[in-house]
Write a protein that binds this ligand. Structure first.
Ligand code: SF4
Ligand code: SF4
Length: 205
């Protein structure tokens, strides 16, 4: 759940239509039309300030909203066993916080995916996740998007990162063999992480 209190406003006189803002927006809220950036749907902007931070002409300003609103998915409306199943497939505990900027937990992302989100941008639009720093939470988000049965497609026209990094579960055997004698404990790490996925289950309360 995120409270959206600010929004992006473009000064068209300063904008040169370079499309950087469009490429870095995590919810595709800002687009360039006729060589000028525009936020077409005011409520699509979730106030991350990515566009303002990266605009080379300082053409985007973040301003306070007169109509602050909340974005989020109500987890209680979903079958929690399905949420847990999806999270476990992604090697995540449902109660684990994935986005520290917004406070989004894995269970809320799973709920967004269960209600039809297909891409990281869909999840961000529904939950507000990845609209803070827009960087740190992308990897667990990708894992959940995949666990929901969606394919990850690189965005040909953007800077959104759709590549997954290696995890404790996918690290190649030759790498494990090479480094395990040098103080790395790959199998032990994986076992511990698997235990974390299972603890504090809401069903067990
Ligand atoms: S980054 Fe700035 S200059 Fe470039 S299109 Fe967006 S608003 Fe215009
Ligand atoms: S969501 Fe972020 S990047 Fe997109 S228009 Fe709003 S402030 Fe800019």
């Amino acid at each position: 759940m995120k409270r959206v209190t600010i929004k992006a406003v473009v000064d068209k006189d300063l904008c040169i239509g370079c499309k950087i803002c469009q490429k870095v927006c995590p919810v595709y809220a800002i687009t360039v039309i006729d060589k000028k950036a525009v936020v077409q749907d005011d409520h699509k902007c979730l106030g991350c300030a990515n566009c303002a931070d990266r605009c080379p002409k300082y053409a985007v300003k973040m301003v306070e909203r007169e109509d602050p609103f909340d974005v989020g998915v109500d987890v209680s409306k979903f079958d929690y066993s399905k949420i847990r199943e999806m999270c476990e497939k992604a090697h995540l505990n449902p109660e684990q916080v994935l986005c520290y900027c917004v406070g989004t937990r894995a269970e809320e992302v799973a709920a967004a995916l269960l209600s039809g989100a297909k891409t990281p941008e869909d999840v961000s639009a529904m939950t507000g996740m990845r609209t803070g720093c827009t960087i740190e939470c992308i990897q667990p988000l990708l894992r959940l998007v995949e666990a929901a049965g969606n394919e990850l497609h690189p965005d040909p026209d953007g800077y959104q990162w759709y590549g997954e990094t290696v995890t404790a579960w996918t690290i190649p055997e030759e790498v494990k063999t090479k480094y395990q004698s040098r103080g790395f404990y790959f199998e032990e790490d994986k076992e511990l992480l698997d235990k974390i996925v299972k603890i504090n289950a809401k069903e067990a309360e």
